[in-house]
Ligand binder design. Sequence first.
Ligand SMILES: [Zn+2]
Length: 198
Amino acid sequence: MTVLFRHAAHRTLQGAHHQPGGRDRLRAGADIGSGLVVNGGLVSGAYGVAGEIGHVPVAESGPPCHCGGTGCVEAIASTEAIVTRTRHVTGEAELTMAQAVERARAGDPAVREVFARAGHAIGRGLAALVNLFGPERVVVSGEGLEAFGLFEDRLRRTFAAQAFGSAARCELLLRPLPFEEWARGAAAVAVRSLFTPA
Ligand SMILES: [Zn+2]
């Protein structure tokens, strides 16, 4: 079993599905998605949602998430969340993600902490998924990976601390893809062909 985790693309892996009640879950800003691949097939879930790490709650006290929940991985670690938080800590209302990455790489401790916090949230979410399903590996991909070096360390540390017993042996595989591939790859079949190990 493989868990796919994608950061900062505009579609979820279950791209063709809609929320019950007709609400389209492919809204802008819904930019963390994941899915479970079992025996080469993407698990879609009885109601169209499965393995959705973006809305695993990892922080009791917030921030609020667009899904209506609180403290979801996506509310802390999505590109939008990182930009919002960085604007808050720097006091620069127009700051972009590229500038946030720049600041962090230049060593600004407050901005570095924003990315570390994102890594912590993702690590917790991944550990929850791994503890539940015990996959062989987790594939991490998406356009946000240009910044991956900024949260990789905290992500791996949190994952190691929260993954239970031998589940922690699960491999975290980093496989960056250009955004265009994600935009094209919304269909489950395309995603599966991108990710099924050779
Ligand atoms: Zn949420």
